[in-house]
Design a protein around this ligand. Structure first.
Ligand SMILES: [Zn+2]
Length: 108
């Protein structure tokens, strides 16, 4: 068992756990039972901690999470894309031009 990270916000820990489980990496959350009782106590030792069950999965787990969050951030910080038809600027996460409904080819 090796800890990847711990965070006061269990939502994020649980979210990361589901990403890793989807990737086929067995995980365990420490202090899970304390969530809800001690969340008001800002003691890092009691924060939920996401761990890999097998130490050898650690590197892959970190990689999976990093790729996941890097792609999210890239999308969030994406450049506007000019519509190929009418030239209006559209947020990078739009599939269709807001102005003329032309499909916008993703450049990523
Ligand atoms: Zn357009």
């Amino acid at each position: 068992m090796k800890e990847i990270f711990r965070e006061r916000d269990y939502t994020r820990v649980g979210f990361c756990q589901s990403i890793l489980e989807d990737a086929g990496i067995p995980t365990h959350v420490r202090n899970k039972d304390l969530v809800g009782t001690l969340t008001e106590v800002p003691i890092p030792e009691f924060f939920p901690a996401l761990c890999v069950v097998h130490d050898e999965d650690y590197d892959r787990a970190v990689e999976v999470l990093r790729e996941r969050f890097e792609s999210d951030e890239a999308r969030a910080a994406g450049e506007d894309i000019a519509c190929p038809k009418c030239g209006e600027e559209n947020p990078a996460n739009f599939d269709l031009c807001w102005s003329c409904q032309e499909p916008i080819a993703s450049q990523k």
